[in-house]
Design a protein around this ligand. Sequence first.
Ligand SMILES: C[S@@+](CC[C@H](N)C(=O)[O-])C[C@H]1O[C@@H](n2cnc3c(N)ncnc32)[C@H](O)[C@@H]1O
Length: 277
Amino acid sequence: MNNPDSLLNQLVSDIKKKKELTTLKDAFVLERLRLLLTKNFKLNKKLGQLNPKSADYKKTVKLIRDDLRKSYGLFRIAAVDSLMSLVDKLSNPPQQEIIEKILKQHSSTKERQPYYSLLYPQLFAITGNPGTILDLGCGLNPFSIPFMKLKQLIYYAYDLSRPEIKAINQFFQIINLRGKAQLGDFTTVRSLPSVDIAFLFKMTDLLDQGRGHKKTEEILKRLTAKYVVISFATLTMSSQPMNAPRRRWVEWLCNRLNYSFSVIEIPTEIFYVIQKN
Ligand SMILES: C[S@@+](CC[C@H](N)C(=O)[O-])C[C@H]1O[C@@H](n2cnc3c(N)ncnc32)[C@H](O)[C@@H]1O
């Protein structure tokens, strides 16, 4: 019989042996593992007998790795220049060609990068110029701050990627911006800062995991923000524009919660700008 805690720690360390998962926080991997075990009663029951050579142990490692790849690993693009080496070359004001190279290292910002200068003026025409922004599951989106053309801004960001969070904090220092990027699962943070605008760009599928929209609703209600911006990709897997890019469930949800919303579209993405009353 194994000690369950030491077995869980061993599982976490084995799960993280995959290259793209090594930089994840142990606590996050452990939480996903616990979640899997609560849902998989049979596996949970066998936990005491698992040994690292058994088929069930290997199956558990594989299941969690697949889960983590979906929420974390799929988005990073291997690049010729490392993220940090690019950030190290930045000065204030930041050079546009370096910012563009950085934005291309994450699939979401790579796709959005040609349209930032269309997106932010349209967004701020609705919300007014924000003094504070909270970017949840930020990826490399904070590197788009120069496109916002704001004089005063405090920026808070959360993501699971250690190297990206480090790079973002260094970037904030270089451009003298007040703000903080934090490593961790934002859904477990008790008190998120109160802000003018909160971004949930391309996050709801990851939050809801195909099981309704309860998690998105819970976060939307919990956020202390004047506006929450939720976005969705509007290209199909084969990069063709979707026939029906609108997400009616967001519209129904806003109506039910009595929040008003506006829609902004760029060729690759749709943004719901939700005003919390
Ligand atoms: C589809 S990408 C979107 C990135 C960014 N919002 C954008 O659109 O440019 C999802 C991002 O959320 C991060 N992520 C997923 N689950 C998270 C969680 N629970 N807490 C913090 N970050 C999370 C991933 O690491 C990844 O960078």
